[in-house]
Design a protein around this ligand. Structure first.
Ligand code: HEM
Length: 107
């Protein structure tokens, strides 16, 4: 849904301080987010994750609609002691939109 992706691009402004996405995206304060759908939690080579996020990935968790929605609503509840200093998105609509935007950069 292109309208939802466009909405998600606006929401992603809140993420841009730390994350890059799209052509040439690099790890910054946060990991780059291309192909995040289906990626193992804490799975980007060359990024130093919190112990918890790395361990959740080692346990087999991957990013999909459900895990992203949980994490983005309350990052610190889903990943205890996460390095992501972000309070979370309050509105379910914003979460759905930003996930649609992330998906548009995933195969
Ligand atoms: C991790 C998304 C905002 C810093 C992540 C991950 C996702 C994500 C999907 C997991 C990446 C992976 O497993 O490779 C988002 C979205 C945001 C947002 C959609 C906006 C709604 C921010 C902000 C910051 C930040 C504002 C910095 C203040 C980080 C860091 C990690 C991370 C440091 C690694 C977490 C850890 O190791 O526990 N983010 N993020 N993010 N993000 Fe964000």
């Amino acid at each position: 849904d292109p309208a939802l992706v466009a909405e998600g691009e606006k929401v992603f402004k809140k993420c841009k301080a730390c994350h890059q996405i799209g052509e040439g995206a690099k790890n910054k304060t946060g990991p780059e987010l291309n192909n995040i759908i289906g990626r193992t939690l804490g799975g980007h080579d060359g990024f130093k994750y919190s112990k918890t996020m790395a361990e959740m990935g080692e346990g087999g968790l991957v990013w999909n609609d459900e895990t992203l929605a949980e994490f983005l609503s309350k990052p610190k509840d889903y990943v205890k002691k996460t390095k992501m200093s972000f309070a979370g998105l309050k509105k379910d609509d914003d979460i759905a939109a930003v996930i649609a935007y992330l998906k548009s950069f995933s195969q």
